[in-house]
Design a protein around this ligand. Structure first.
Ligand SMILES: NC(=O)c1ccc[n+]([C@@H]2O[C@H](COP(=O)([O-])OP(=O)(O)OC[C@H]3O[C@@H](n4cnc5c(N)ncnc54)[C@H](OP(=O)(O)O)[C@@H]3O)[C@@H](O)[C@H]2O)c1
Length: 292
């Protein structure tokens, strides 16, 4: 690939992540053909130069590289492995960038290979703001040659995409990291709730926390939402974090690890969703820990 000739990209999924990713690719000169189940959500990309199609196979046929940014494994199967999509995969490189389990990713790899395509995984840490800033963390699972082939394109999202290992390794690493999103946020919620119920000034709590080894930057990011109990305009909705916690739980159990703490985190996340926060920011776990 040279600077003059950019690979044609098919993008499946223009949700919260896929849409800004498409904008980034288009701004860098990559031709993008986008498909989204709910077509209206993809249409704003036309203004940025994308072609929007009605069926996933039309996008796949138009692309050399198929970027997959869909909610979960069932969504990927319904889109990438739908009958006409399958028969369009020959000669295409599929890069799966959503959060799924390692075994799910390996099963997709086998099916894409069986249909004559190439497959690597590149799950990401970071959200919409990081996409816009070009500061996502991209973790690649695949062979070194696949990584070399697509590295330049991936630097649009992360100046230093990391090759983690074979397909499945980056998916597993992503689960290990997302476990921390759930566990840190629920732990912080309980500590904050204790402080508030004990009528201790939050500033004193945060001042001590920030100066200690216990602080994580995510606490400061989520504190305003929790204090206001305002979880609208999510960048990462609770329903997706619950999906990830279930994947982490299954993986940890399969590895024979103790999941008691994680089981509790999952229960709290489920409670937040029962309370109606599934489409809101995942920091709504605070309301499940400390009901208003
Ligand atoms: N948001 C984040 O901060 C973040 C960060 C890192 C990784 N991720 C991961 O990246 C992936 C995408 O996340 P997102 O935030 O962009 O999610 P999102 O906004 O919910 O978008 C999900 C996408 O999947 C499609 N979809 C869902 N179910 C489908 C089905 N059954 N058939 C066909 N398409 C279906 C949606 O189509 P419709 O528009 O028609 O519903 C949409 O295009 C997820 O795996 C997520 O866990 C997200």
């Amino acid at each position: 690939m040279t600077d003059q000739v950019k690979s044609r990209i098919a993008l499946l999924g223009t949700g919260l992540m896929g849409r800004p990713m498409a904008e980034k690719l288009l701004a860098a000169g990559y031709p993008v053909t986008a498909y989204n189940r709910t077509r209206e959500k993809a249409l704003p990309l036309v203004e940025h130069g994308a072609v929007v199609v009605d069926h996933p196979h039309q996008a796949i046929e138009a692309g050399e590289c198929v970027l997959v940014m869909l909610a979960d494994e069932p969504a990927i199967r319904e889109t990438l492995l739908e009958r006409r999509s399958r028969s369009s995969l020959r000669g295409r490189s599929v890069i799966q960038m959503g959060t799924i389990g390692p075994a799910q990713s390996q099963a997709l790899q086998a099916e894409v290979f069986a249909n004559g395509g190439d497959y690597l995984e590149a799950p990401v840490l970071g959200s919409i703001a990081e996409i816009r800033a070009g500061e996502l963390i991209v973790m690649v699972g695949g062979e070194p040659e696949q990584y070399d082939r697509w590295r330049e394109m991936l630097t649009i999202f992360d100046p230093n995409p990391r090759l983690v290992g074979n397909v499945g390794k980056a998916a597993a690493l992503k689960l290990a990291l997302n476990h921390l999103i759930g566990s840190l946020t629920t732990s912080f919620s309980l500590s904050l709730a204790i402080v508030i119920e004990e009528e201790i000034p939050v500033d004193i709590f945060m001042g001590i926390l920030r100066g200690s080894a216990l602080h994580a930057p995510t606490f400061d990011k989520k504190l305003p939402r929790m204090l206001e109990r305002d979880y609208r305009a999510p960048t990462f909705p609770g329903r997706l974090l619950l999906k990830d916690l279930k994947l982490v739980q299954a993986e940890a159990r399969a590895l024979g690890l103790a999941t008691g703490a994680l089981d509790g985190v999952r229960q709290i996340m489920e409670r937040a969703i029962e309370m109606g926060f599934g489409d809101d920011d995942y920091s709504a776990v605070y309301d499940a820990v400390h009901p208003a």
